[in-house]
Design a protein around this ligand. Structure first.
Ligand code: GLC
Length: 466
């Protein structure tokens, strides 16, 4: 017979050993993960990243397309069942109405090109798990389960390429319909992954399978992840996912929603005031207040407001990804078409002040957004309103060689005042903008400097002799 206290000691020794084994396993896994992560990041140096990101950085305008079964009833994409605004079954019933009957990918691509955008991002699978392509990983796709009965992704990617546009694919990591994804709705959780890692691994395998499919079949220039918030990078195996995508296409660009393994920041709807800290970033923006087609939502931003947001993005060195939500039959609502065309008229006219520009002057130099040419010798001033007198440009040390209105080239007059010969403070440049040169939306001026822009934001010295 073993004494009770001996038994207790033995059990606690065994427990300790088990704990140590678990701990060692955890440390080992973490080390492998860190090594993998470092490896992934180290593969590319700064110059290589700059080259890979170049087209994106210069593009400035992209079109986001939220297209899915939620357009049938015209309700919130995926969130409407997750948040219990509609039962899951009623949400999924929309599968029956998703016809894509008038879907004309070439017409979409034409319109996108007309809007002045250089790339588009299509939702290949939203959080509801309905794939817009013929996935081999599950039956939940528009080919097998909707009257559309065809892959909607490939023809669109091909149409974009024909127009010389870059193709981005949105992909939701989380999938509220998949039987192995832990969350189903806000209230209903299927299981906790830590209790059943095997089941979680099954989900990851499915998810990786789909990712591999869209990358190999459609060869996207950009992958727009969404829905990483449920778990940490380690759980998603984000480093390995990034590596897998780069092994397939070393030039692919990934947005930030891959828990730290993306290439650029994605603020959503809220317009930043100061420049976001990410070197590369893109503001995604709804045209009304919905991502997908919602005929009830008529709260559209005007063309003037959309141009204003674009100008703000340019000022802060970012891109605008403007969203549209086509109907279930593949037609694009008239309000959205009108805005894309209105925006396009402006972008094409002012293309030199849009594509490839860099962030502009800090606050205080000019009342309005500004941007700079790549070599910093041309300053662009974006005018939201009709001026009620000459415009003032302050704190610029350079000599100005010429000022003109972008889009029509009209030379403008300017005059420098408040320049004391003894002071280092630059004078205020007053620019005359006659009615005749004004654009119907935003007028843009180009200011040609005698070299790279030099600013003098500080105060000057007091006069010592006069
Ligand atoms: C969000 C939402 C989603 C939308 C996306 C677009 O994260 O989950 O519904 O598709 O943002 O940026």
């Amino acid at each position: 017979m073993i004494e009770e206290d001996v038994l207790i000691t033995l059990v606690s020794i065994i427990e300790c050993k088990i704990e140590r084994i678990i701990m060692m396993k955890y440390i080992f896994k973490t080390l492998i993960y860190v090594a993998l992560a470092v490896g992934v990041q180290a593969q590319e140096n700064m110059a290589e990243k700059t080259r890979r990101m170049q087209w994106f950085q210069d593009a400035k305008l992209g079109i986001f397309i939220h297209w899915g079964i939620y357009s049938v009833k015209g309700i919130d994409e995926s969130w409407s069942f997750y948040n219990n605004y509609i039962p899951y079954e009623a949400y999924m019933d929309q599968l029956k109405g998703f016809t894509a009957k008038h879907y004309d990918p070439m017409a979409w691509a034409d319109l996108i090109a007309e809007s002045g955008a250089q790339y588009a991002v299509l939702t290949t699978k939203h959080h509801d798990g309905v794939a817009l392509w013929d996935t081999d990983q599950s039956d939940l796709n528009v080919v097998k389960r909707t009257p559309a009965k065809r892959d909607l992704v490939k023809p669109f990617v091909e149409a974009l390429r024909k127009k010389g546009l870059k193709a981005g694919l949105y992909f939701s990591q989380l999938d509220w319909s998949h039987p192995d994804y832990p969350h189903h709705t806000r209230q209903v959780k299927r299981y906790a992954p830590q209790d059943d890692m095997g089941r979680w691994q099954r989900f990851l395998k499915f998810q990786k399978g789909q990712l591999k499919e869209i990358t190999k079949r459609f060869k996207p220039d950009l992958i727009w992840f969404d829905g990483d918030w449920d778990y940490e990078a380690e759980m998603w195996e984000a480093a390995a996912q990034r590596k897998m995508l780069f092994d397939i296409n070393p030039q692919v660009i990934l947005n930030s929603r891959l828990n730290g393994y993306g290439d650029y920041g994605t603020p959503e709807n809220g317009l930043p005031i100061t420049r976001p800290k990410d070197e590369y970033w893109e503001l995604c923006l709804t045209m009304n207040d919905s991502w997908g087609y919602q005929p009830n939502d008529r709260h559209y931003k005007s063309v003037h407001q959309i141009i204003g947001v674009l100008a703000e993005c340019l000022r802060m060195g970012g891109n605008l990804l403007l969203d549209i939500g086509p109907r279930a039959d593949g037609t694009i609502p008239e309000e959205q078409v009108a805005r894309l065309k209105g925006l396009g008229r402006w972008v094409h006219k002012h293309r030199e002040a849009v594509y490839g520009v860099k962030a502009g002057l800090p606050h205080g130099h000019f009342y309005g957004p500004t941007a700079l040419s790549t070599d910093s010798t041309l300053l662009y001033l974006y005018l939201p309103h009709r001026p009620n007198g000459p415009l003032a440009l302050k704190g610029i040390k350079n000599k100005i060689n010429r000022i003109w209105t972008v889009g029509n080239g009209t030379k403008l007059k300017w005059d420098v005042k408040m320049k004391a010969y003894w002071s280092s403070v630059p004078g205020v440049v007053y620019i005359d903008v006659p009615e005749s040169v004004l654009d119907e939306e935003w007028t843009v001026l180009a200011v040609l400097l005698d070299g790279k822009v030099e600013m003098q934001p500080g105060k000057g010295h007091v006069v010592e002799s006069n």
